[in-house]
Design a protein around this ligand. Structure first.
Ligand SMILES: [Zn+2]
Length: 269
C-alpha cells in the first residue's frame, strides 16, 4: 500500500512538473509586439530614405539651376563676347594713337600666342618689370587709321599687320606709374625674355624699331594669313584640345569688331 501511495505521489509530481514545462514551451506566441517594432523600424527607414531623396532632389535642382545660369552666362558671353573685351582710349599710354579705341584683351589673341604673352608678362614681373598691354588684336579699320597717321606709326595697311590675325601684341613697361617708351636697356631685357619664349621681337627691326611689339606666326607669312591660313600649334603642346572651335569663335568676334570699328571710322572721318 505504501508503495502505491509513493508511486501515485511520484507520478503526480512528475505530471505537474512536465505540465509546467509544457505550459512554457507551447504557450501561444504573441508576435504582435515584434511586428509592431518591425513596422516602426521599416517606416522610419522609409521616412529617412524619403528625406534623403528629397534633399538630393533639392540639391540636384539647385545644381541644375546653377548650371543653367552658368550656361546662360556662357551663352550670353559667346553671343556678345567681343563686347566684353577690354579696350583703352587714345593717350592712355601718353601717346597719340588715334581716335579708335585699342583692344587690350589677351583673349582677343590666338590662344597659343596669348599664353606666350601671358608668360612673358609673368616672367617680366618676376624680374621686377611691370608690363601693360597697349594693344592686342587690331582691326583693319584701326590699322588704316595708323597708316593715315604717318610713317612713324606703321608702314603696313589693313590686313598687312600680324595684329589683324591676333598674332601680335604691343606692350610697354611701366616705371613709377608712367609708361617708359625710351629706355633701350629695359626694352632689351624684355625683348630677350620674349625671344626665349619663341616670339619675334620688334626691337630687332632696323626700320620702324618697335621694341614693344612681339609676334608669332608659326612660320606663316602675312600673305598666308591673309589667305585665311592659321599657324599650327607645335605638336608637343597638349593644352589646346578645342583650338578649332576657339579660333572659330575668335574669328567671329574679330568680324564683329571689324563691323564696329569700320562704322566708327565712317561716322568719324
Ligand atoms: Zn605691334
Amino acid at each position: 500500500m505504501r508503495f502505491f501511495i509513493g508511486l501515485l505521489l511520484f507520478s503526480l509530481v512528475l505530471s505537474a512538473s512536465t505540465g509546467m514545462a509544457q505550459g512554457s514551451l507551447f504557450e501561444p506566441f504573441d508576435c504582435r509586439a515584434e511586428v509592431e517594432i518591425i513596422n516602426r523600424i521599416e517606416k522610419e527607414k522609409q521616412q529617412r530614405e524619403l528625406a534623403i531623396r528629397d534633399s538630393i532632389n533639392k540639391a540636384e535642382g539647385l545644381i541644375a539651376l546653377q548650371k543653367r545660369e552658368e550656361l546662360n552666362k556662357i551663352l550670353e558671353y559667346s553671343q556678345n563676347g567681343w563686347m566684353h573685351w577690354s579696350t583703352v582710349d587714345n593717350f592712355t599710354f601718353g601717346k597719340n594713337r588715334g581716335g579708335l579705341p585699342m583692344i587690350t584683351d589677351l583673349t582677343a589673341l590666338h590662344p597659343y600666342f596669348r599664353d606666350k604673352v601671358a608668360r612673358l608678362i609673368f616672367l617680366c614681373k618676376q624680374k621686377g618689370i611691370e608690363l601693360e598691354i597697349v594693344e592686342t588684336f587690331r582691326t583693319h579699320a584701326k590699322q588704316d587709321e595708323y597708316k593715315s597717321m604717318g610713317k612713324k606709326y606703321t608702314r603696313s595697311g589693313a590686313g598687312k599687320s600680324k595684329h589683324q590675325y591676333g598674332l601680335a601684341v604691343d606692350l610697354v613697361p611701366i616705371v613709377n606709374g608712367e609708361p617708359e617708351w625710351h629706355n633701350k636697356a629695359l626694352w632689351k631685357k624684355i625683348g630677350l625674355i620674349g625671344e626665349q619664349l619663341g616670339l619675334r621681337w620688334g626691337g630687332r627691326w632696323r626700320y620702324l624699331y618697335d621694341p614693344g611689339h612681339f609676334e608669332w606666326t608659326g612660320g606663316l607669312s602675312v600673305y598666308d594669313l591673309a589667305q585665311g591660313k592659321l599657324p599650327y600649334i607645335p605638336k608637343q603642346e597638349l593644352n589646346y584640345p578645342c583650338i578649332e572651335d576657339d579660333l572659330h569663335l575668335l574669328s567671329r568676334y574679330w568680324e564683329q569688331w571689324e563691323t564696329e570699328q569700320a562704322s566708327y571710322a565712317t561716322n568719324n572721318p
